[in-house]
Design a protein around this ligand. Structure first.
Ligand SMILES: *[C@@H]1O[C@H](CO)[C@@H](O)[C@H](O)[C@H]1NC(C)=O
Length: 485
């Protein structure tokens, strides 16, 4: 129907756009299309759990603290073998030889060091584990040679006596420069012991020699039930900043308590059904670059997608402090939360009041439309500003409760937000760039990540042929961007 007052709405919408000059603009986005020729084939799509809908297959990317060396990791198209390609973090050109973890089955996280060393999180079949499910493992390489390898699953790790495997890692590896330790936060399933057949998560700390450190109040063998999304970022001391999405009805800041415990903070109430919670951190292929630490600060920002929460009912299984809810919207929108330090939510915790009509009043929404949003990520530009990015589907069809949707891809969006969580300007829209790997602050005001230049079709399950080219994209803010030469 034609609107009689279209001139008025035109005038009204012209206002904010004209005032948005302080935000990002099209020229903030820089693309290096097909800049890297890969030594091996890579399949850029992973089918999502339950729906089979296409997700980007994660390509971890990391840059050394001195910003001289970058590394890009990707899974071989055969499904076995994780390749790590050194990358010049200024030009994104390949530099040096590819290193391969030949048994690796997922490129699950990457850390770059100054001395031509890196560590990678993957999973592999380990005959000595007593299981034919892949076991999570961390490798460290220096000058192209393996220095050590440490399984962070398998037997004899959990004091409770269960043995863990990770069919999908769906987590992350981080390193604290100050504390000098790695930590990995991963999804696990128990194949022996009290939790056999169930899914949970584990947090494992390692020193730089590859020894697992059992740290009280930081290490964890079984945290969130059926973890459906992880966000993890280093801190200057353990415990590191951690977030989980569980299948009982919430997303938690788990830094304190390392699990879905009321010792932590309830970030949000979520619709959860059958081990699904709306793929808040990206679902399959996700769980990276969702939580970012502001540069040089103790504060963090977290981005996820949510259907919101209404009509809170008791969670009898979990008891006081836990609730079930219904989604507010059919589609998912982008939400953010801010933390003044690794334990402290800036806004209130999500309510646990039984009978509450609104369960999401505390949420800071970045989008509030009817397009379905997915693949949300956060990265810090500097001490006080961050980049939030996501993808949208227009007129989404959401066949599966608490899972992803399908429909026409409507673009990737890049939004500047400040440390109060306020949007600055309007988002930049791009239909030919995507976030498909870790977002790295390569210099103040400049965030870059890898992706595959391709037609991105979200209309249903897709099979895509393998590629041999990797692209990189960056968003730079006008001020404070020191483009490396
Ligand atoms: C951080 O980046 C924003 C956006 O470009 C800029 O306005 C601000 O001045 C920067 N802050 C610092 C401390 O560099």
């Amino acid at each position: 129907m034609r609107q009689p007052h279209s001139l008025l709405s035109l005038l009204l919408t012209a206002g904010p756009i004209a005032q948005s000059s302080s935000g990002l603009s099209d020229s903030s986005l820089e693309k290096h299309v097909d800049i890297v020729t890969l030594g091996h084939s890579f399949n850029p799509v992973i089918a999502a759990y339950r729906t089979g809908y296409p997700h980007h297959r994660r390509t971890p990317f990391a840059v050394s603290p001195n910003r001289r060396t970058g590394y890009l990791a990707y899974l071989d198209a055969s499904g076995t073998g994780v390749h790590v390609q050194p990358i010049n973090p200024s030009t994104f050109a390949a530099m040096g030889d590819t290193v391969t973890v030949s048994a690796g089955k997922e490129a699950g996280g990457l850390v770059a060091h100054d001395d031509d060393a890196f560590a990678i999180l993957t999973n592999e079949i380990s005959p000595s584990s007593g299981s034919d499910i892949p076991i999570p493992v961390i490798y460290r390489f220096k000058n192209g040679r393996q220095v050590w390898k440490t399984f962070i699953g398998g037997p004899n790790l959990d004091s409770g006596g269960s043995s863990h495997a990770s069919p999908d890692i769906n987590g992350d590896l981080v390193f604290s420069e100050k504390y000098g330790h790695y930590a990995a936060y991963i999804v696990v399933t128990a194949y022996e012991g009290w939790a056999s057949g169930h899914f949970g998560d584990a947090i494992r700390y390692l020193d730089t020699d590859g020894n697992i450190k059992e740290i009280s109040g930081a290490s964890s063998s079984w945290g969130c039930s059926h973890n459906t999304g992880i966000a993890f970022e280093a801190a200057d001391a353990p415990p590191f900043a951690s977030i989980c999405a569980e299948d009982q009805g919430a997303i938690w800041l788990t830094t304190k308590g390392q699990g879905m415990a009321t010792a932590g903070k309830k970030i949000s109430n979520e619709l959860t059904v059958n081990g699904g919670s709306n793929e808040p951190m990206g679902g399959m292929g996700g769980s990276y670059s969702a939580l970012a630490r502001f540069v040089g600060q103790d504060s963090y920002i977290f981005a996820w997608v949510s259907r919101g929460a209404v009509d809170l009912t008791p969670n009898d299984w979990m008891g006081t402090g836990y609730t079930k809810s219904q989604g507010r919207t059919e589609n998912r929108n982008v939400a953010i939360a801010l933390f003044s330090d690794k334990n402290t939510l800036v806004d209130e915790e999500a309510t646990s009041e039984i009978g509450a009509a609104d369960g999401d009043n505390q949420v800071t929404w970045v989008t509030e439309g009817s397009n379905d949003c997915s693949n949300a990520h956060a990265a810090a530009f500097n001490s006080s500003n961050a980049l939030i990015t996501w993808e949208e589907i227009q007129d989404p069809i959401c066949d599966f409760e608490a899972m992803g949707c399908r429909g026409k891809f409507a673009g990737t969006f890049y939004q500047l937000v400040n440390s109060k969580g306020e949007k600055v300007g309007v988002p930049v829209k791009s239909t030919d760039s995507f976030v498909a790997g870790d977002m790295v602050t390569v210099s103040e005001g400049r965030v870059c990540w890898p992706y595959i230049s391709m037609d991105w079709d979200l209309s249903g399950p897709a099979s895509v042929s393998s590629v041999r080219k990797m692209s990189f994209a960056c968003i730079s803010t006008a001020s404070g961007s020191t483009t490396p030469s």
